[in-house]
Design a protein around this ligand. Structure first.
Ligand code: PGA
Length: 246
């Protein structure tokens, strides 16, 4: 069975209306790729991004959602609102949200369940800090995050997990190929549907390291931050993913 390959861009808190030209630039490359291409712009651009992607294969997603379907939660966005704006996916439990907003595994599980209920694919992020890796605890930490944050019905849905070592995000450092391979294998064996679950690597994925990382058997794609802000860098990563299937 072939697992889907997914190249996902995470724009974080970057992007004004003028950035929307990006979608026209990447769409022809995405059309030629067997990989699914997803871009998660800030919520303010989501609807316009979805319109810009209409009639193309490029999908758009949110970067977070609230666990409740609606309610008195000033400043928050529900999964149904993301879906309504045109999202197909939502990133959940990114380490920046775990750090900046105190999100715990149980919050991420509740959000993942809300996302599934609204018809979105959750992209659940896990990853250890540098001190946890230096203490040799990386598998224990990631296993704990998986156990705590996967949705209740994980066995019956298509899961996307993103392994992002916290120390590799935005730093230009990447985990070694051997470390990524062994962590992805460790994650896969802990998932209820190992054969069909999609496991992304994230953390300073760039055009010059994408082919090596995406060449690993258990790496089904990438979650790309900085390099997803530039159409030529992002398309180079999509092209590296296309070669995965050759
Ligand atoms: P980066 O971010 O590619 O800029 O390291 C990855 C992420 O945070 O998803």
């Amino acid at each position: 069975m072939t697992r889907q390959t997914l190249i996902a861009g995470n724009w974080k808190m970057h992007g004004l209306t003028e950035a929307l030209g990006f979608f026209g630039a990447i769409a022809p490359i995405a059309a030629k790729s067997p990989a699914t291409v997803l871009v998660c712009p800030p919520a303010t651009l989501l609807q316009q991004a979805a319109r810009a992607c209409d009639g193309t294969v490029v999908r758009v997603g949110g970067q977070d959602c609230h666990a409740a379907p609606s309610g008195a939660h000033t400043g928050d966005i529900s999964a149904a609102m993301l879906r309504d704006a045109g999202a197909t996916h939502v990133i959940l439990g990114h380490s920046e949200r775990r750090a900046d907003h105190g999100e715990r595994d149980a919050d991420i599980r509740a959000k993942a369940e809300a996302a599934l209920a609204a018809g979105l694919v959750p992209v659940i992020c896990v990853g250890e800090t540098l001190s946890e890796r230096e203490a040799g605890r990386e598998v224990e930490i990631v296993a704990g995050q998986l156990a705590g944050s996967l949705p209740e019905n994980a066995a019956s849905v298509d899961l996307v997990i993103a392994y992002e070592p916290v120390w590799a995000i935005g730093t230009g450092l990447t985990a070694s190929v051997a470390d990524v391979a062994s962590m992805h294998a460790a994650i896969r064996e802990r998932l209820p549907n190992p054969a069909t679950s999609c496991i992304l690597y994230g953390g300073s994925v760039k055009p010059d390291n994408a082919a090596e990382l995406l060449g690993l058997a258990d790496v089904d794609g990438a979650l790309v931050g900085g390099a997803s802000l530039n159409a030529s860098d992002f398309t180079a990563i999509i092209e590296a993913a296309s070669r995965k299937r050759e």
